[in-house]
Ligand binder design. Structure first.
Ligand SMILES: Nc1ncnc2c1ncn2[C@@H]1O[C@H](COP(=O)(O)OP(=O)(O)OP(=O)(O)O)[C@@H](O)[C@H]1O
Ligand SMILES: [Mg+2]
Length: 382
């Protein structure tokens, strides 16, 4: 199972350079969150602060009732075992072959026998598609393979919190698709809490449960995927639709005159929100225990999804199907599509519409149907 991480008022500077200030967010237990932000905004610094490699100037990081920046060296060492981390540069030991690199945390932190280590390393290497490269040195394999070796090493201790710093950089699009599927499947299997830094907009739009954006030395927004994908906040919108138009420029920030010129050129209407894509499902087909039903956040907040949302490339509307399979016909579920057999005991308390397989509340005005997705009213855009 995963663990919740609660960050409060976190501030980090190097000398007089403030990297980010007053960052607050909760990574919900077992959920996948993505952290975005222009290059140099301190995403890697944030991950390093979360694992206690860097000390914040102020603020708290609560994990299982303990405040990480205030732990003793010994307690910090213990708490770090909860984490599996893939650093941006892979951070493999150049003089050790791939097998020994992946085995390293097991030898360092456990008393596992060599036979046991062989089994675990083999399993993780297979998972990331590296079998056969055991004897190679990091300098003898491709950048993408080094990434995957780092990934395997981050997983050997069965961590409850997984932090990946750009696991997809340097991977080709097909490998990125495989990697994202692997992340979703890993999350289903382990229930660990994930935080992933990425620059890949498609990954950010389809993979996570939650998205955060660091910009101008602050966390501009952090929340459910649907909240950010339907947000009209200029930086969020620009980042999640990968557009040139918006407050983020080549050298991080545009100045006022640049922005004014842009606004004039484009008129007041700066384009539509893109449709919200369906979230990536586990290979097994059933939703992850912590997955939010498509459209749930929007519905809860009385917002209409941008037209075309939740429709996959085969034309299937996942929001409609989800509700049909889970709620229609008195909660009877059969056939294919989004549904689940498992019932997570927490879900009925914590998920307003997410108690999979259960009936919606009696006073739910949309009971049994979901008219927005056929005839979306205006309102998703302010
Ligand atoms: N150990 C350090 N000492 C001093 N400054 C640092 C240190 N580590 C990072 N910085 C500075 O902090 C800022 C944020 O760096 P960071 O690597 O977190 O950016 P990032 O958002 O991960 O960027 P990218 O997307 O390019 O990886 C940069 O200005 C960097 O120079
Ligand atoms: Mg970085």
């Amino acid at each position: 199972m995963g663990v919740e991480i609660k960050v409060e008022g976190l501030t980090k500077s190097f000398g007089r350079q403030v990297i980010w200030a007053d960052v607050g967010l909760t990574l919900p237990e077992g959920e996948i969150s993505v952290l975005l932000g222009p290059s140099g905004t301190g995403k890697s610094v944030f991950l390093k602060t979360l694992v206690g490699l860097l000390k914040p100037d102020r603020g708290h990081i609560w994990i299982e009732g303990r405040d990480l920046p205030r732990l003793s060296e010994h307690d910090l060492y213990e708490t770090r075992k909860l984490f599996g981390v893939l650093f941006q540069d892979g951070a493999l030991f150049g003089s050790m072959n791939v097998y020994d690199n992946i085995a390293f945390p097991l030898r360092e932190h456990t008393n596992a026998s060599e036979a046991e280590i062989k089994r675990i390393v083999g399993e993780k290497m297979e998972m990331v598609g590296l079998l056969g490269s055991e004897k190679k040195l990091p300098g003898e394999i491709s950048g993408g393979m080094r990434k995957r070796a780092g990934l395997a090493r981050a997983l050997v201790l069965d961590p409850r919190i997984i932090l990946f710093d750009e696991p997809d950089s340097g991977l080709d699009p097909v490998r990125t698709a495989y990697l994202n599927q692997l992340i979703v499947d890993l999350n289903t299997e382990t229930g660990a809490t994930f935080l992933i830094v990425t620059h890949d907009v498609n990954t950010a739009r389809t993979l996570p449960d939650n998205i955060g954006l660091l910009f101008r030395r602050e966390l501009v927004m952090f929340g459910p995927r649907e909240m950010l994908l339907s947000s009209t906040e200029p930086a969020v919108r620009q980042f999640l639709s990968a557009r040139r138009h918006g407050p983020i420029g080549m050298s991080e920030e545009k100045d006022v005159s640049e922005l004014e010129a842009e606004a004039e050129a484009q008129g007041a209407d700066n384009g539509h929100l893109l449709p919200i894509p369906p979230q990536l499902m586990p290979s097994g087909g059933a939703p992850r225990p912590t997955m939010h039903p498509p459209g749930a956040w929007l519905r809860e907040h009385g917002l209409a999804p941008p037209p075309g949302s939740f429709i996959d490339e085969r034309g299937r509307n996942w929001a409609e199907e989800w509700y049909r399979h889970n709620y229609a016909a008195g909660g009877v579920r059969s056939g294919t599509g989004p549904r689940t057999e498992s019932s997570d005991p927490r879900s009925s308390e914590t998920r307003p519409y997410g108690s999979y397989g259960q009936q919606p509340p009696q006073d739910d005005p949309y009971r049994g149907e979901f008219p927005w997705f056929r005839d979306p009213p205006r309102g998703g855009e302010q």
